[in-house]
Design a binder for this molecule. Structure first.
Ligand SMILES: Cc1cc2nc3c(=O)[nH]c(=O)nc-3n(C[C@H](O)[C@H](O)[C@H](O)COP(=O)(O)OP(=O)(O)OC[C@H]3O[C@@H](n4cnc5c(N)ncnc54)[C@H](O)[C@@H]3O)c2cc1C
Length: 377
């Protein structure tokens, strides 16, 4: 099979690049091994910087609604973090005193939402909190096992039964000016978030749960849908096992499911993520890129990889694939001319130009796409 571009990895970086290239009329395939960082997403796209408007427009076309206000996001453990581009689930506040009184509502038996931590933190900032629980008959089958009582399973039920929860909360509500709910609503249809906000008698804030992240999964599904709607081929659950790389050019890749068939393309994009997604790997003696054996920017002395103090910034988070100024990764010091490395596989090697975290995924994807579209490789 022959494509204009084949992308290895269907996380935020791979999908952003895939959507842009399909929009530009290319024929693109994305091979995606499995879960990606979006399944753990906080709802805040960090470090998007100058790409904020461009990515918000791409998201809007995919049905992903974002809030581009600068402010503070209330995190699952009650802390606040700066936000500048968030999913619509997230409320962005100007300061930590977010209400006079807050009603925090959880589901009985749901341990992945930390109402007590949130209440403790908010009370320090002057918000009086009450925690109450809702129990739905429709949820009883989930309660039989703690492993079933997870955010996504609850979210599947909420697509249908959110109105019952709203009715219960209306009974629980007294005089609070803010109602805090776990992010388990609108998995399939984010318009439910607006309906809940309208139906409740106070402002509503949806706060993150432990993973998996319902807003992150919804976003991933919408982006994939957009890519496929534009004609892209998304090979879900398949893994690229090898690439034919000769004299600085990749000609094809093989995947586990396609057996002996190969995917040929003019351009390849490596968007395979960091350690978390196995785009980068380690052994006791080295850090390496497992697919092409690309050059990695890291110190050889193992004691320089990490700091003893677990809570300090860890140097290994900065390690990533070395690239030239056009995002072509290096192999034995030489650029691979038709391959681009984007997203977390870069570690923080290019943070001056492309930022970090989601910003890195998005901005490096845009950069690679612009180079490919410009034809000036
Ligand atoms: C747990 C976690 C939570 C995060 N939360 C946030 C957040 O809230 N906000 C923020 O701004 N940033 C967050 N980040 C930073 C994150 O790295 C970026 O937000 C971004 O989503 C990374 O996208 P990516 O596409 O580069 O990599 P990933 O999302 O890791 O995607 C890489 C994909 O490539 C696939 N893959 C790997 N190897 C192969 C192969 N050989 N063949 C086929 N597919 C392959 C993987 O299965 C995976 O699906 C988080 C990171 C982690 C690890």
């Amino acid at each position: 099979m022959k494509f204009d571009t084949v992308i290895i990895g269907g996380g935020l970086a791979g999908l952003t690049a895939g959507i842009c290239l399909q929009e530009a009329g290319q024929k693109v395939a994305i091979v995606s091994a499995g879960q990606n960082a979006m399944y753990f997403f906080s709802g805040n796209f960090e470090s998007v910087g100058p790409a904020r408007e461009r990515i918000a427009a791409l998201f809007a076309a995919a049905g992903v609604r974002t809030n581009a206000a600068d402010g503070l996001q209330l995190m699952p453990m009650g802390s606040f973090r700066p936000a500048s581009l968030t999913l619509e689930d997230v409320t962005v506040y100007p300061e930590e005193h977010i209400a006079e009184k807050a009603l925090i509502v959880n589901f009985t038996g749901f341990h992945d939402f930390y109402g007590t931590f949130i209440a403790e933190a908010l009370e320090k900032a002057g918000t009086a909190c009450r925690i109450r629980f809702v129990r739905l008959a429709e949820m009883e089958h989930l309660r039989t096992s703690p492993s079933e009582m997870r955010s996504v399973n609850i979210a599947r039920l909420m697509d249908e039964h959110w109105e019952k929860v709203v009715a219960d909360i209306r009974v629980l509500h007294k005089d609070e000016d803010l109602i805090i709910l776990p992010q388990v609503f609108g998995l399939k249809d984010a318009s439910v978030l607006d309906k809940i906000r309208t139906a409740l008698p106070a402002r509503v804030s949806f706060v993150g749960t432990m993973p998996p992240s319902v807003p992150g999964i919804r976003t991933q599904m919408l982006l994939r849908h957009r890519f496929e709607l534009l004609g892209g081929m998304f090979l879900m659950g398949d893994t690229v096992t090898s690439g034919a790389l000769h004299e600085g050019v990749v000609s094809s890749i093989t995947t586990r499911n396609l057996d002996t068939a190969r995917l040929f393309a003019d351009h390849f994009i490596l968007a395979s993520g960091g350690y978390f997604s196995k785009g980068l790997a380690t052994s006791p003696t080295k850090v390496y890129e497992p697919l092409f054996g690309l050059d990695i920017d890291y110190p050889e002395n193992r004691s320089d990889w990490y700091r003893e103090d677990f809570f300090q910034d860890q140097p290994y988070m900065d390690f990533g694939v070395k690239t030239d100024d056009r995002l072509h990764p290096l192999k034995d010091g030489e650029p691979v001319k038709n391959l681009f490395a984007i997203g977390s596989v870069l570690g923080n090697t290019r943070k001056e130009e492309y930022g970090t975290a989601a910003g890195l995924a998005i901005r490096s994807a845009f950069a690679a796409v612009d180079i490919i579209k410009g034809g000036n490789l």
